[in-house]
Write a protein that binds this ligand. Structure first.
Ligand code: NAD
Ligand code: PRE
Length: 294
């Protein structure tokens, strides 16, 4: 049980975390700061936070747990702005989608106070941003990846693990590099493909006519193209090396498909689809969230 959560970034992920903690009876009070005052006002009105703070520093003041839920590019500046208040007793986590850059930002910003920091990435979310979409059930059943730094206190790592488990999450621990390599393949490249897919249609003269005919396949494939631009700008830049490695794998796969079409090789085409179809059929996913199912 925590006394006070200092929430920095009261959007979809931060707001959902505060609601989930409250629902589970794991926190007494939430003090929130977001860049835009309209966000904190809305968060207060929704009962996501109990008190609005005028700065990140004042959101962290007096907290025994602090959550950063801001775009990953804002991590270093945010940690620097709260550094003076960080004590060894305070548990600090983030929810950023990339981890190597976040860990480096924490080293640069916190110095020896990094012992309080447990980098975290809950693998759940929605294509819609903002506190209005916060959902107390968002984290239930989600995989949460923790990438402790070399100086993270073991007691904090255990506390973080217990907390995410209490929210119904399946916790995994790995290095930031292993995390970023995997997420480039299963999250970051898929988002870039969805953005590129939309662009490739939009560039055509008949784009509107084509899109007017779109059905469930196109809807499912491109749902994530509606995601928040600044968040994804930061993710793709932060994990550029691994994302570019994945684009090479993807290009090879596309070239193989182009080749069998060019040569009318029906058997090879069927074999390639069979492999992909079988692999996708074996994947096990959590049920979609409300917005994602729309
Ligand atoms: N959306 C997802 O599906 C998802 C899933 C997992 C992790 N994440 C990660 O969670 C983090 C937050 O994403 P989100 O979906 O909640 O976005 P969001 O846009 O809903 O919320 C982000 C909030 O942070 C605020 N903010 C931005 N810069 C700030 C700063 N410098 N200081 C204080 N507040 C600032 C914004 O005003 C906004 O309220 C990102 O790092 C993202 O990579 C997102
Ligand atoms: O459901 C969505 O809309 C998401 O994109 C969620 C999603 C993903 O699966 O890639 C997006 C970013 C994350 O860091 C974690 C989860």
């Amino acid at each position: 049980m925590f006394e006070q959560l200092g929430l920095i970034g009261c959007g979809l992920m931060g707001g959902s975390f505060a609601l989930a903690l409250k629902k589970a009876g794991l926190v007494k009070r939430v003090v929130g700061y977001s860049k835009s005052p309209t966000t904190t006002a809305r968060a207060l009105q929704m009962g996501v936070i109990d008190v609005e703070a005028p700065s990140a520093l004042l959101a962290a003041a007096g907290a025994d747990i602090v959550l950063l839920a801001v775009p990953v590019g804002a991590t270093e500046a945010t940690l620097k702005s709260i550094k003076h208040l960080v004590t060894p007793e305070m548990l600090i986590m983030d929810v950023g989608s990339t981890k190597t850059d976040v860990v480096q930002a924490a080293r640069d910003a916190l110095g020896s106070r990094i012992c309080s920091f447990v980098p975290a990435h809950p693998n759940t979310g929605k294509e819609v941003a903002g506190v209005a979409h916060a959902d107390e059930h968002l984290y239930r059943g989600a995989k949460v990846i923790l990438t402790p730094t070399e100086r993270t206190l073991t007691s904090h790592l255990h506390k973080a693990e217990a907390l995410w488990k209490a929210l119904g999450c399946d916790v995994r621990i790995m290095s930031p590099e292993t995390h970023d390599a995997a997420f480039a393949a299963i999250s970051h490249l898929p988002h870039m493909l969805a953005f590129a897919m939309m662009q490739s249609v939009m560039r055509q003269d008949q784009a509107d006519a084509f899109l007017a005919l779109a059905g469930p396949g196109f809807r499912d494939f491109t749902r994530i193209a509606a995601s928040e631009p600044k968040m994804w700008r930061d993710i793709l830049l932060a994990n550029k090396t691994e994302v570019l490695a994945q684009t090479q794998h993807f290009k090879q796969a596309m070239q193989a498909f182009e080749q069998v079409l060019l040569t009318d090789d029906a058997q090879a085409l069927e074999d390639m689809i069979t492999l992909a179809s079988a692999a996708r059929t074996q994947c096990r996913f959590n049920p979609p969230t409300t917005a994602s199912a729309a």
